[in-house]
Design a protein around this ligand. Structure first.
Ligand code: FES
Length: 120
């Protein structure tokens, strides 16, 4: 289900203005057990806590587009329920088919809200 939002923040990084789009609140992530998926514009994003930090990667499996984050990560690995391709929570790299990793998104947290850079 698509969830459009227009809330953005900007940040100057290496002399360039970068736009971050609202994804979820920290409270929502906490209530979801540290892992949730959400659409931001045309991007299906998997947001999760990993080793004390926050990460966001594409939720679209590189095989046939299954929802990578439908099941909770286990032992640092996401397993797509459609055909069991596996991805590392560390960086979205594909463990079963090297070179076919998931797109990462830069994350920024401010004021209890989590934002992602859709162009990162
Ligand atoms: S769609 Fe994910 S393993 Fe096939």
């Amino acid at each position: 289900m698509s969830s459009e939002t227009s809330e953005v923040i900007t940040s100057t990084e290496a002399g360039t203005e970068v736009i971050y789009h609202f994804l979820a609140t920290s409270e929502e992530l906490k209530r979801s057990g540290g892992q949730l998926t959400r659409w931001v514009g045309d991007h299906d994003i998997l947001l999760y806590e990993h080793e004390g930090g926050l990460k966001a990667i594409s939720n679209i499996c590189r095989h046939f587009g299954g929802p990578v984050g439908y099941l909770k990560a286990k032992d640092g690995i996401f397993t797509c329920q459609w055909h069991n391709w596996q991805y590392s929570c560390k960086d979205g790299s594909c463990l079963t088919h090297p070179g076919l990793g998931l797109r990462p998104y830069a994350v920024k947290v401010t004021g209890g809200k989590i934002y992602v850079n859709l162009l990162s």
